[in-house]
Design a protein around this ligand. Sequence first.
Ligand code: ZN
Length: 135
Amino acid sequence: MKIQKIEHIGIAVKDLKKSIRFYEEVLGVQCYKMEEVEDQQVTTAFFKIGDTKIELLESTSPEGPIAKFIEKRGEGIHHIAYAVDDLPGALREAESKGLRLIDREPREGAENFRIAFLHPKSTNGVLTELCEKPG
Ligand code: ZN
């Protein structure tokens, strides 16, 4: 597959508002977008850092994947997202090379990206998102 760049790093947080303050007041970067992604039971907040982004993730439900992640491992880095130019092709390639996929088909992510996750058991414990920019 062809990786273009690290599109973003996803960070699981308990309190989005409080976490945004660190990025804005200490790092001096502005949150340019907040968006709820129902499919993943999260509210996200985005920051541009050079050519990549930080995506903060707060759970909208105690049963959501981010709530469960924090319960098990605490706040912190949740996933790394790589931009690819052909997501369905990248998924087929990953599967053909024996990787375990969480999503076999692309689904809708934040910012209208098409996204899919590879299972951390296949990727050194790092939940890995592949994403393709809309249009
Ligand atoms: Zn992400």
